[in-house]
Design a protein around this ligand. Structure first.
Ligand code: PRX
Length: 576
């Protein structure tokens, strides 16, 4: 195998030069020294990510370097961030926000969403984030389940909320971020007008370390998306992994390409990097090889955290990275879906640096299994557990399996500091993750003789398309709202570029004529109702869906048929 060895200078200059030693000696209790608690033992993640740096010699250091899609640049120091987030926290409390309330952010990538996120944390309310690609079906699920009290959005996105507001009795006010031409109406608030009036000093909420800080909706096989809730002190693992895995140092310019609607954007675009007092780049434009390479070049990005689909798009593009000066780069990481060995090697061959794969989930709140700057890479492997974290491969009864044997990728829950604290209003779902003393991730994997973990696949029907997690049920529910659709079954179909694409098998209502135009109409219908990324790129009409005798769609059978594989145990299948 093609092992990538690290040279001695890379090892000695890494924030964690000796992984094995650190793993042996690590304790979460000792690691807590990275955090600043208030004198009464309480805590606030936003104090740690902003105020403590604004009160230190880092106060004039840039926290955020922002470039918009049209190339306008803005920068914010930690002390400017402190003032703005204090102001926003005052805006929220003067509009009735209290500890424990849910305040959701529905914005494109602009600086206000970072100010809003940290301001919400300062009040003790729970911050929720959503992709700006979400349409009304996705929005209503999240805003009604969470009972959000305020949404921070802009005039362009507001009409999507306006349409569903009547069905959201707990949603009291909307804050709009533009300076001019705001829609007017009852309970519509201007961000800028309120910020201008607000005091720049806020009495930050003193929270218990386990009090809730933020929540993110994520998909499983069944049912609607679930609200995964994280606590203030989960920040500890975010900071430590930013330090030891992403290797961020004071001299770095760090760029995490993830959107804040995804947990990576929250944990590694906000909490980890600012918790550590680092400088972060945010790009407000869309992906293109040209624009991304230019961001690295112009801002002299040194540490880059991105995702496999983007890496594959760069690999397949005629635009060569050689046309840009990317010599500032010194450490590359990837997350969200399997990173093929070719992706790791492309980094090494074209940028002179291999990508370091990292594994975690919305539920785990931070990186859990990963590759390190000081550790040799086996391309295709997710690496080894983070210090403090105990991971294993287990069978159905929770028994650990020997090296080389495939099983459930599981974690000892008490060893994952940032593990979710709750599934919002769904204790049964929360408990279902814990079996025989393990947290069961839902992924299948194996461990090799050297302790490296290798991803095999999902144990359930969850789809990963361009790194985004999509539940087949959500897509199916939206499909059957189309007036010509009777039933639908949705699977992830392997795709070289996107990892998987969403494929829908659709049964049409009686008398409806199938056609290519109808396929397009149905795909566009889902895109317009659910989300820009969660629509079927392929639609196939079939006469009947494979179902169990109790009526559950057997997506596994659809997938096997699609891939030309044996369908496996079909004893529960009704006639098909
Ligand atoms: O299946 C695994 C895949 O993504 C899932 C978690 O999705 P989500 O909660 O959206 O992740 C957010 C931040 C990572 C996992 O259960 N996954 C994630 N990282 C990897 C991965 N699959 C393979 N390799 C990875 N490095």
């Amino acid at each position: 195998m093609n092992i990538i060895s690290k040279d001695p200078s890379a090892i000695s200059s890494a924030n964690m030069p000796d992984y094995e030693k650190e793993y042996q000696e690590f304790s979460w209790d000792q690691a807590k020294e990275e955090l600043t608690f208030f004198e009464d033992g309480t805590f606030n993640a936003a104090y740690n990510a902003v105020d403590r740096h604004a009160n230190s010699e880092k106060k004039d250091r840039l926290a955020l370097i922002y470039e918009s899609d049209t190339g306008e640049k803005e920068t914010y120091t930690f002390s400017q961030f402190k003032e703005l987030t204090d102001k926003f926290a005052n805006v929220l409390t003067s509009n009735g926000v209290q500890k424990g309330d849910r305040v959701f952010i529905f914005l494109p990538p602009i600086p206000e969403r970072y100010i809003a996120f940290l301001g919400i944390l300062k009040t003790g309310a729970i911050a929720g984030t959503m992709f700006s690609a979400f349409q009304e079906a996705a929005l209503i699920d999240r805003l009604s389940d969470s009972g959000a009290k305020i949404v921070v959005t802009n005039s362009e996105l507001f009409p999507r909320i306006e349409k569903i507001w009547k069905d959201l009795p707990e949603l009291k006010k909307i804050i709009l971020t533009e300076k001019d031409n705001l829609p007017e109406g009852e309970n519509l608030i201007s961000y800028h007008q309120e910020m201008d009036k607000a005091s720049p000093n806020f009495e930050i909420a003193h929270m218990k370390p386990d009090d809730f800080a933020y929540m993110l909706y994520t998909s499983g096989t069944t049912g609607k998306p679930k609200g995964v809730v994280h606590a203030h002190a989960d920040l500890l693992q975010a900071i430590l992994t930013t330090k030891y895995v992403l290797d961020v140092k004071d001299s770095d310019i760090y760029w995490c390409t993830a959107d804040i609607g995804w947990v990576t954007g929250v944990v590694y675009g906000v909490l980890g990097v600012w918790g550590l007092g680092g400088t972060s780049v945010v790009y407000g434009g869309r992906f293109s090889p040209e624009s991304w390479y230019k961001i690295i070049q112009d801002h002299k990005v040194t540490v880059w955290y991105t995702a496999p689909t983007a890496i594959r798009m760069l690999m397949g593009s005629p635009v060569s990275p050689k046309q840009y000066d990317l010599s500032s780069l010194r450490h590359l990481c990837s997350v969200g879906e399997p990173l093929n060995p070719e992706g790791v090697m492309w980094g090494k061959e074209t940028l002179g640096l291999p990508f370091h794969d990292t594994w975690w989930q919305t539920e785990t709140g931070s990186i859990c299994i990963t590759n390190y700057p000081s550790m040799d890479i086996k391309p295709g492997s997710m690496g080894k557990p983070f210090p403090g974290v105990v991971a294993g491969i287990v069978d159905d009864s929770g028994k650990e399996l020997p090296a080389g044997q495939e099983g459930h990728l599981a974690l000892k829950p008490e060893t994952v500091y940032s593990l979710m604290k709750q599934i919002w209003k769904n204790e049964e779902k929360y408990q279902s993750y814990f079996q025989n003393g393990w947290y069961i991730s839902g992924d299948q994997a194996y461990k090799d003789e050297d302790g490296y973990f290798w991803f095999v696949g999902r144990a359930d029907d969850v789809i990963k398309t361009s790194g985004e997690r999509v539940g087949p049920f959500e897509v199916e529910s939206t499909l059957i709202e189309h007036p010509k659709v009777l039933e639908a079954g949705v699977i992830g179909k392997p795709d070289e570029l996107r990892g998987e694409i969403i494929k829908a098998f659709v049964v049409l209502k009686q008398g409806v004529e199938p056609s290519d135009a109808l396929k397009e109409e149905i795909a566009a219908f889902v895109k317009g109702k659910l989300a820009g990324h969660a629509y079927p790129r392929e639609v196939e009409f079939i006469d009947k869906l494979p179902k169990t005798r109790s009526g559950k769609i057997m997506r596994r059978v659809l997938k096997a048929k699609e891939l030309g594989l044996p369908t496996g145990d079909t004893s529960t299948l009704e006639e098909f």
